[in-house]
Write a protein that binds this ligand. Structure first.
Ligand code: T3D
Length: 262
C-alpha cells in the first residue's frame, strides 16, 4: 500500500488522493513513484472507467517539494530537466492519454505543478475556497507540467502571460468564470459533486469518451482539414463499439442504455 497517496477503485471510479497534507501535498520522489504506479494500475484495470484525483487536507497540491532541493551556496546546481523528464512529464502524458475521463476535485490551493496537474485533467471541479497559483515565477522557474500549453488555450494569451509572470492567486470562482476549470462548488459539496460526476461518467460509453479526448487533444494543433480527417477516423472506431450499438438500440426501443465500456 502507499505512503503518500491513497488509491482505491469503487463503482468503476479509481480515486487517487494526494496525501502529504503537512506540506500541502507537495511532491517528493516517493510520492512521484507512487502516483506513477497508481496511474499504471488504473490504466490496466478493466474495471476502471473513470479516474478522479483529489487531495487530503487544506491543499490540493503545492507542486514540487522544495525541501527536497539542495540550494546551499556550495551545492551542485540541480538538473531540474531530469526531474521534469522523469516525474512531471510522464504524469501529464499519463493523464492526457488516460483512456477514460479524468475528473479533478481541487479541494484547496493548487500551486506550481499542482495547478497544472489539475488543468491537465478533463473535468475540473474546485471548492469555492480553492485557488490556483502559477508559483514558478516567484522562484525563478518556468511553468511546467504543461502549463505553458494548457493555460493559453484555456484562458487566452494575455491572462496566461500575466498568471505566469505575476504568480497571482486566482480563486476558484474566477477560474470558472475564465473557463480555466469546469465548475466552482461549495466547499462541503466538492467531493460528492466530483464523485457523482465521475460515477456517472463511469456508466457511459468509455471508449467513445476516450476517443472524444483524443479528438480534443489533437484539435489545438491540427488544421480544420486535419481535424475533419481525424474525426472521420475516430468515428470509424466509435461506430464499431458495443456501446454505440447499445446506445442506438436503447434509443430506438425507448429504454435506458446499459453501456459496458466496450
Ligand atoms: O524541482 C523540480 O523537480 C522542478 C519542478 C518544479 C515543479 C514545481 O511545482 S515548482 C513550484 C513549487 N511550488 C511552489 O513554489 C509553491 C510553494 N508554496 C507556496 O507558495 C505556499 O505554500 C502556498 C501559496 C501554496 C500556500 O500558502 P499558505 O500560506 O496557505 O501555506 P504555507 O504556510 O506556505 O504552507 C503550509 C506548509 O506546507 C508549510 O510548512 P510548515 O511551515 O507548516 O512546516 C510549507 O512550508 C509547506 N509547503 C507548502 N508548499 C511546499 C511546502 N513544502 C515544501 N514544498 C512546497 N512546494
Amino acid at each position: 500500500s502507499y505512503q503518500h497517496i491513497e488509491y482505491r477503485v469503487d463503482q468503476g471510479v479509481a480515486i487517487l488522493t494526494f496525501n502529504r497534507p503537512a506540506s500541502l501535498n507537495s511532491f517528493n520522489a516517493e510520492m512521484h513513484a507512487e502516483v506513477r504506479d497508481a496511474l499504471k494500475s488504473a490504466r490496466r484495470d478493466a474495471a476502471v472507467r473513470c479516474l478522479m484525483i483529489t487531495g487530503n487536507g487544506r491543499g490540493f497540491c503545492a507542486g514540487q517539494d522544495l525541501s527536497d532541493r539542495n540550494v546551499a551556496p556550495g551545492a551542485e546546481r540541480p538538473d531540474l530537466g531530469q526531474s521534469i523528464e522523469r516525474n512531471y512529464n510522464p504524469m501529464i502524458r499519463a493523464l492526457r492519454d488516460f483512456p477514460a475521463p479524468v475528473v479533478c476535485a481541487v479541494n484547496g490551493v493548487a500551486a506550481g505543478a499542482g495547478a497544472n496537474i489539475a488543468l491537465a485533467c478533463d473535468i475540473v471541479f474546485a471548492a469555492r475556497s480553492a485557488s490556483f497559483i502559477q508559483a514558478f515565477c516567484k522562484i525563478g522557474l518556468v511553468p511546467d507540467s504543461g502549463g505553458t500549453w494548457t493555460l493559453p488555450r484555456l484562458v487566452g494569451h494575455a491572462r496566461a502571460t500575466a498568471l505566469s509572470m505575476l504568480g497571482d492567486k486566482i480563486g476558484a470562482e474566477q477560474a470558472a468564470q475564465w473557463g480555466m476549470i469546469w465548475s466552482c462548488v461549495e466547499d462541503d459539496a466538492l467531493y460528492d459533486s466530483a464523485l457523482a460526476c465521475a460515477r456517472q461518467l463511469a456508466t457511459q460509453p468509455t471508449r467513445g469518451l476516450a476517443l472524444i479526448k483524443r479528438a480534443l487533444n489533437a484539435s489545438s494543433t491540427n488544421s480544420l482539414d486535419q481535424q475533419l480527417d481525424l474525426e472521420r477516423d475516430l468515428q470509424t472506431l466509435a461506430g464499431r463499439t458495443d456501446d454505440y450499438r447499445e446506445g442506438v438500440a436503447a434509443f430506438m426501443e425507448k429504454r435506458q442504455p446499459q453501456f459496458q465500456g466496450n
